[in-house]
Design a protein. Sequence first.
Length: 148
Amino acid sequence: MKMKLLMLVMCIAFAHANGLAQNAKTVETKHFDRRSMAKPTSLTAEQIKERREGQAKLQTEVMKKDLGLTDAQYKKVYQINLEQAAKNEDAIKNKKTWTAQERKALADRHEVKLREILSADQYSHLTAKKAEMQKAGSMHGPVQTDKK
């Protein structure tokens, strides 16, 4: 009887451990790998253009929501973001590695163009948002602590 009970406990423990290992593998395969974005050679010119436009639209939509952009501002900001996405895409395509100074200069030019379009309140809100994201350690958005 003790032997059967011991075998049953060992089987349950093994099955449970095996299930945990499979869950860990599933999580690993779903992990987003930024390096996969840096392979434009497998994309057609149309796919690269769509990706570039999608990135610019997404970024502009977030800015519209956060800053309350007018329709005229939206169009101008979209063009600026599209130019930025094109520069980033070209750098990836040409396997260019940006130095810290080059990245800063590119970001500074982007900021100057945005400052020309945004109102003083919108621009200060944008810089506050960026500071918040940098403090949280992410330029992809503030860390969400409360779940809805």
